[in-house]
Design a protein around this ligand. Sequence first.
Ligand SMILES: Nc1nc2c(ncn2[C@@H]2O[C@H](COP(=O)(O)OP(=O)(O)O)[C@@H](O)[C@H]2O)c(=O)[nH]1
Ligand SMILES: [Mg+2]
Length: 369
Amino acid sequence: MATIEEQIQELETEISNTKKNKATEGHIGKLKARIAKLSAEEEKRRTASKGGNVKGFYIKKAGNATVALIGFPSVGKSTLLNQLTGAKSAVGAYHFTTLDVVPGVLEYNHAKIQILDMPGLIKDASRGKGRGREVIAAARSADIILFVVDIFNPDLSVLKRELYNSAIRLNQYAPDVNITVAQQGGILVKPTLNLTKISEQTIRDMVEAYGYINATVVVREDIDVEQMLDVLAGNRVYIKAVMAINKCDLAHPGQLEKVEGMYPQYESVGVSAATGYHIDDLKELLYEQIDMIRIYLKPQGQEADMKEPLIVKRGNTVGDVCELIHRDFRNAFRYAMVWGTSAKFPGQTVGMDHVLDDEDVVCIIVKRT
Ligand SMILES: Nc1nc2c(ncn2[C@@H]2O[C@H](COP(=O)(O)OP(=O)(O)O)[C@@H](O)[C@H]2O)c(=O)[nH]1
Ligand SMILES: [Mg+2]
């Protein structure tokens, strides 16, 4: 009996020996679904034998959001961390300076953004090379990935592939597909729109190859084979990614534009971690990405505290703010008054469902006990 690894190897060989075209799409999809299934089993076995979580650097989440610095050795990640946060991560003109994940905190507009300096993520990290597995585990838990590239050597393809193979999806949402297990009836595929990148038959074959016998698959998005695999595997994390193009102090005119042109999919800033050039622009970009807003609280009958805002996720409501202040605030809630851009007029009376805006002033009125 072949081991799981051998079975995966065999399926991968079959895929690479299969011509890729419309006619073989379904077959390849099926093989990939089988690999996904086997990989999931292998992962389960590995974590079970290690008694739970992959050990390594477990970094406590701190602040309002976490940013992971990802880039090849010597591109300037540690220098950038020091520049952004004042943390002390060893800087060296040689590879593999950073052996452990070093956290620092960037305070910007009152938001506290935790930044993790990762050991240089290298080729085959997803297969456990170097400290790869641990680095990936830390990256998976980040809210934002900040790619750091050297302007003289801006290639990212290896790193992108490593992250992709580690079930990390960048600047993408989870596909809008639902699989519901049924008692009978086989596999039913129900698209709610016209599918142009994958056939219903391929979806059915893949779901079956993954091990479902009876299931309804509702597809609300024009997905491709890779996205269907993401749905089946179910372990993908979806993370925002932006880019810092470093060592701009040494660049020639026009060079930054060239590198930016290589990566239209990422918002980027050209910086110099060594001189501090455009570091404020990078802070602003990170702040925009974490999508937090500032809420100033006004105790009833008093002035609002305009010094220390509450930092909350954009889209949060008055009810969410109540919960942050105190567990019992929701129960005791009567109404709130709001000043700022979310209010129709200053001091508007609102309920718990009212969605707040950046820099709103909120006064929450609670029942007397
Ligand atoms: N000229 C220049 N050198 C830099 C810059 N950022 C980092 N370096 C240098 O590049 C080398 C590697 O930096 P380091 O931060 O250790 O890179 P890491 O391996 O990605 O953490 C060090 O010698 C740094 O002084 C920069 O913006 N400009
Ligand atoms: Mg370093």
